[in-house]
Design a protein around this ligand. Structure first.
Ligand SMILES: [Zn+2]
Length: 71
């Protein structure tokens, strides 16, 4: 069996490392990509950049424009 260079776990870890945590500047709610947004139907592991354009803050309804990346 040939070895695959596309190790799924490696790709997964790489993606995790580049996913930022974002904070709503209106209400202070934090979007953690490792957790996603259950109430908004966003599965864990979804990067902020990959959120649907109509996604809004589950607490105050602010659009993704109102979010700021935090360390
Ligand atoms: Zn908010």
């Amino acid at each position: 069996m040939a070895e695959s260079n596309n190790c799924h776990e490696c790709l997964y870890l790489t993606k995790y490392n580049i996913m930022g945590i974002y904070k709503c500047i209106v209400c202070g709610w934090v979007y953690n990509p490792e957790e996603g947004d259950e109430s908004g139907g966003i599965p864990p592991g979804t990067a902020f950049e990959d959120l649907p354009s109509d996604w809004v803050c589950p607490v105050c309804g602010a659009t993704s424009d109102e979010f700021q990346e935090i360390d």
